[in-house]
Design a protein around this ligand. Structure first.
Ligand SMILES: Nc1nc2c(ncn2[C@@H]2O[C@H](COP(=O)(O)O[C@H]3[C@@H](O)[C@H](n4cnc5c(=O)[nH]c(N)nc54)O[C@@H]3COP(=O)(O)O)[C@@H](O)[C@H]2O)c(=O)[nH]1
Length: 723
């Protein structure tokens, strides 16, 4: 074939072509073969292809498969990993055909090899990496696999992959060929313009080729660290996510000063894409994990996460026969911070408290935020005394002043403690019992701690039973209204109005005090239904009285602060009134100081609308709260109800008398009526009258009564002596 046109044509081909004789010895290779495998025609002639091209990762059965293909079918076709003269791996597509002498062939075979290294590289890397992703392999493991695959394909390379965090610090993900102490030294290094090849590539967002580590000034700070590795050159490329942000670096180190070749470039192209995919996927997984298991506001484990770790801690305590404690921490008057300073202030307070709680626990303890202002701590391996000491530390730490938007807050908390295993062996029971103890701490004396007891459990169960019964009380007609008269004292005795007071008579338990069931209704979310029923009942009753000729100027209704959190509440009240043909002045709405101070937008909207529609507000329990007088003239308040605690102390307390005179004077100057509550004696009545109190309410004048008794009461009322 010497210099024949056929030979010239074969030499031009990109494929490697080899002819063998009947003894399987090479008789001819084209130039494509030399280009691909490095063997010249002379070097190849007389040798076996299998001897020349097999390498460490060539399939063991390849030669036998080719021989059997030729024997049985006269040809063989398949992909194989073989090696060039200098040990470079090459994936080839191999077609081997018999070349019988009878048909003019050399007697052995014609082998055509097409280089498919790039395609195969893609396929192998992509397949392995994607498979690993599906099987939930960890990111470092996955990245180690990428490095190892790359080092298999290009044995002259030592690969490394670093992650770059959002603060621009690098963290080694995989570098199987680098010593551990180098990875440890690189962890946390800040990227920059002269931070080796990787730190610089990450900083610049483009590849950095260091052909000689010995002379590259960007390596000045890292040369000594790498000295023992014998690595002389480095080529690092940034890994970018889909938004183009650098999330890592992929580097090739070489043992001699050099530049990357075409194979290296192709490898990097494939790997950058896969690494970006894997790193982004891992980041999403971490984000999902964070969202699913951590509280977004405080960063503390959420209920689910706390539960998981607490259950593990309980198992370990059970195994080691240890005792532990669950602390249930609830902030005191947190709602007040939200209502008066706004939700941003409330959020800041919660973050500060979470941080303080974190500082009170040891590494082996679990902490979590259950909801709102409720936090839990599970203390492992601790005695009751140690739990009490930790709870005291928690109370002390929470009580430190907090500056929120320039306003100093003095937070406090109540803590309930349940002890493992005595108060419960599972997490739900321990949390429930610690919650009951916390409830007790709060009702006894805020900013205190309380250990759980079985008595608390009994009371909590009663409370829960009452809450369940209350859900049915409305529909079963167990709730009714009583009315208490309010009388003017000056100039003559006359009916000022009636106050509607809810009554619940349970079929088994008998009467339940509103002081007990109204807070329960608030906790159980029953206030909207209760208030709707209340306003409707009162409207009906006013019409019934008026139709019977009983002149009731207005009825005062007690409104829970929760009603004002309901969008459209003011409109509902107004609509109900209209449906009964009544006007705004037929009702007087009693609110407490907490409503007046509530900064919520919805509360303000409801108050504003009620005011626009002509409703009058009466401020209940005046003097018992933390009255801010500035609100009095800003809101449509026409009446102050002097709390009965003042009235009942009038006869023996100078302070009560002084405060009552102040309230009467404030009301007078603001043009408001004062209704004195809880007037029980004629002395109280007389004193109040003498000091200018115009309206009184109390057992002396009339107890709360069913509506039908008003007529009978009015006949007797003239007998009331207040003079
Ligand atoms: N949101 C709503 N709150 C309501 C409703 N009905 C009642 N309540 C609130 O429950 C608390 C307890 O009420 P009650 O047991 O009815 O006590 C009231 C009167 O019976 C009592 N009172 C009246 N006169 C005297 C007296 O001379 N001595 C004395 N010891 N007690 C007396 O005072 C209560 C009236 O309080 P106030 O509302 O502050 O005027 C109570 O806070 C009710 O507000 C309801 O429908 N919704």
């Amino acid at each position: 074939m010497a210099d024949s046109p056929l030979r010239q044509a074969l030499d031009c081909s990109d494929n490697a072509i080899a002819l063998t004789n009947r003894d399987r010895q090479v008789v001819y290779v084209n130039q494509g073969f030399t280009r691909l495998f490095g063997f010249t025609s002379d070097e190849a002639r007389g040798r076996y292809l299998s001897d020349m091209l097999q390498g460490p990762h060539t399939h063991q059965g390849l030669t036998e498969a080719i021989r059997s293909g030729l024997r049985l079918q006269g040809h063989y076709h398949g992909d194989a990993l073989i090696y060039s003269r200098d040990g470079q791996p090459r994936w080839v597509s191999m077609v081997v055909n018999k070349a019988d002498e009878a048909q003019g062939g050399p007697g052995g075979s014609i082998t055509v090899l097409t280089d498919i290294t790039l395609t195969k590289m893609h396929e192998v890397l992509q397949k392995r990496v994607l498979e690993s992703m599906v099987s939930e392999t960890s990111l470092p493991e996955l990245m180690t696999r990428v490095c190892k695959e790359v080092e298999n394909i290009a044995p002259e390379v030592t690969a490394s992959i670093l992650a770059v965090d959002t603060n621009g610090r690098v963290h080694p993900l995989a570098a199987p060929g680098l010593p551990d102490h180098i990875c440890a030294a690189l962890d946390g290094v800040q990227i920059g313009p002269n931070v080796g090849s990787c730190g610089t590539a990450a900083y610049l967002g483009k590849p950095v080729v260091t052909t000689s580590i010995a002379t590259d000034p960007r390596w000045d700070d890292y040369r000594a660290l790498f000295e023992s590795t014998g690595l002389k050159a480095c080529w690092s490329s940034p890994i970018k996510n889909h938004q183009g942000l650098v999330v890592g670096t992929f580097a090739f180190y070489f043992k001699e000063p050099r530049e990357p070749n075409a194979l290296h470039k192709s490898l990097v192209q494939v790997c950058l894409h896969l690494c970006a995919l894997a790193i982004e996927r891992d980041a999403s997984r971490q984000r999902i994990h964070q969202l699913a298991f951590f509280d977004g506001l405080t960063g503390l484990p959420n209920r689910a996460m706390f539960r998981n770790s607490a259950e593990r801690a309980l198992s370990s305590m059970a195994r080691d026969h240890q005792t532990g404690a669950l602390l249930f921490v609830d902030l005191d008057r947190f709602k007040q911070v939200n209502d008066t300073q706004g939700h941003a202030a409330g959020d800041t307070l919660l973050r500060v408290v979470a941080q303080r709680l974190g500082e009170c626990v040891r590494a082996q303890d679990c902490i979590g935020r259950l909801s709102g202002d409720e936090f839990v701590l599970l203390l492992s391996n601790c005695t009751t005394e140690q739990a009490v000491q930790t709870a005291q530390r928690v109370l002390g730490s929470i009580a430190m002043p907090v500056d929120i938007q320039g306003q100093i807050n003095l937070p406090s908390a109540s803590v309930g403690i349940s002890i493992y295993p005595y108060d419960g062996t599972d997490i739900d029971t321990l949390v429930r019992h610690a919650d009951q103890a916390m409830y007790q701490a709060k009702s006894d004396h805020r900013h205190s701690l309380q250990l759980f007891s079985q008595e608390m459990n009994r009371r909590a169960q009663e409370r829960a039973a009452m809450e369940r019964a209350l859900h049915h009380a409305l529909e079963r007609g167990e709730l009714t209204l009583h009315y208490q008269p309010q009388i003017t004292s000056d100039p003559v005795l006359a009916l000022h109005g009636m106050e509607a007071l809810a009554r619940w008579s349970h079929p088994e338990w008998g009467p339940v005090s509103p002081a007990q069931f109204i807070p329960l209704a608030e906790e159980a979310g029953l206030i909207p239904a209760l208030t709707h029923w209340l306003v409707n009942e009162v409207c009906q009753q006013i019409n019934t009285w008026r139709a019977a000729g009983i002149a009731v100027p207005h009825v005062a209704v007690n409104l829970s602060g929760r009603s004002f959190h309901q969008k459209g509440f003011a409109q509902n009240v107004s609509n109900t009134l209209r449906q009964h043909g009544l006007a705004a002045h037929d009702l007087l709405l009693e609110i407490t100081e907490s409503v007046m101070m509530d900064a919520r937008e919805v509360t303000q909207e409801n108050i504003e609308l009620l005011s626009q529609q002509g409703f009058r507000l009466s401020l209940d329990d005046f003097g018992t709260g933390y009255s801010s007088l500035s609100y009095l003239h800003r809101l449509p308040i026409t009446e102050l109800k002097l709390d009965k605690s003042f009235v009942q102390d009038l006869e023996h307390s100078e302070t009560a008398r002084a405060l009552t005179i102040s309230v009467l004077s404030i009301a007078k100057s603001l043009g408001m009526t004062v209704v004195a509550e809880g007037v029980e004696t004629s002395q109280q009545c007389r004193w109040l009258k003498e000091h200018g109190c115009e309206v009184m309410q109390g057992y002396l004048l009339g107890r709360p009564m069913p509506a039908h008794m008003l007529h009978a009461w009015s006949l007797e009322a003239s007998a009331v002596c207040c003079s």
